[in-house]
Design a protein around this ligand. Sequence first.
Ligand code: UDP
Ligand code: MG
Length: 318
Amino acid sequence: MKKLSLIIPAYNEEEVLPQLIERLNEVSQHLSNYQFQFLFINDGSSDNTLELLKELNKKDKRMQYVDLSRNFGKETAMLAGFDYANGDGIVILDADLQHPPEVIEEMINWWEQGYEDVYAVRKKREGETFFKIWTSKLYYKIVQKMTPEKVIPQAGDFRLLDKKCIYALRQLREKERYTKGMYGWIGFKKKEITYFAEERAAGETKWKWSNLFKLAIDGITSYSTVPLKVWSYIGFTISVLAFIFLAVETIKTIVFGTDAAGYPTLLAAILFLGGIQLISLGVIGEYLGRVFVETKGRPAYFIRESSEFDESEKEENE
Ligand code: UDP
Ligand code: MG
């Protein structure tokens, strides 16, 4: 019997857990040909999430948990999930039921046909503002242009990965993670399906405006060196334009004589170049910061405790 592991990162999700468990139970009953592991990653919740998870584990050994030592963020929580999940197929699922677990059945069908990464693309996003949808569309367009690997728009972490993919993902241990880019980078046989996203079933989103900016920068800088290189082109173009401008001005002065005007152009040129220099310094800083974080070679996360795993099932956990 094949085993499916569901990785569910949970950060302050006490309100939604009961509903989630109900839905997961229904789905697992329906898919009785498979063995299930529900692996919750408690990402430093400050509410009763952990207590709930422990109770669940007592009642049902399929419900397992890993308790991280603090809040590391969803990307790192997923890495912990990759390390501890031991199924033949692994599904990543949000705790808030925005990823309807019923879709898993369709994912399994494709997986059984030999696809190794079945990812779900969201069709409609209920309860999301026009602005969030628009900014995310724009962002994906930019990422597509800049990165060598394909990042599929609207495809999130909701997907079924074969254990081959999980072995690969376990080896990508960078700390500033952008998992959406990794799925493309590791390769393997992919299949796209669609689903309708629902509104968060209960509790509050942990998503903040500042996240958008951070995720955008992480997404681009962890997969692309275009922002580092583009400055030489911009600098070159500006220098050429400045040289032409200078030549024109010189000729004008020779032919028509000079007057003391020209402060606005001077100031504009200085401020413009100053701005460009600051931006390019910032870009280098982003990459340097990344190098700094990675060279420290710290583990990506620590765990406080976990439910009991079958020793034979446990794989190199960090
Ligand atoms: N999450 C997490 N750590 C965090 C923030 C979120 O593990 O620091 C989990 C959260 O519990 C949920 C998933 O990531 O299962 C998606 O979070 P959320 O629904 O808040 O984000 P949104 O869907 O609004 O983008
Ligand atoms: Mg959500």
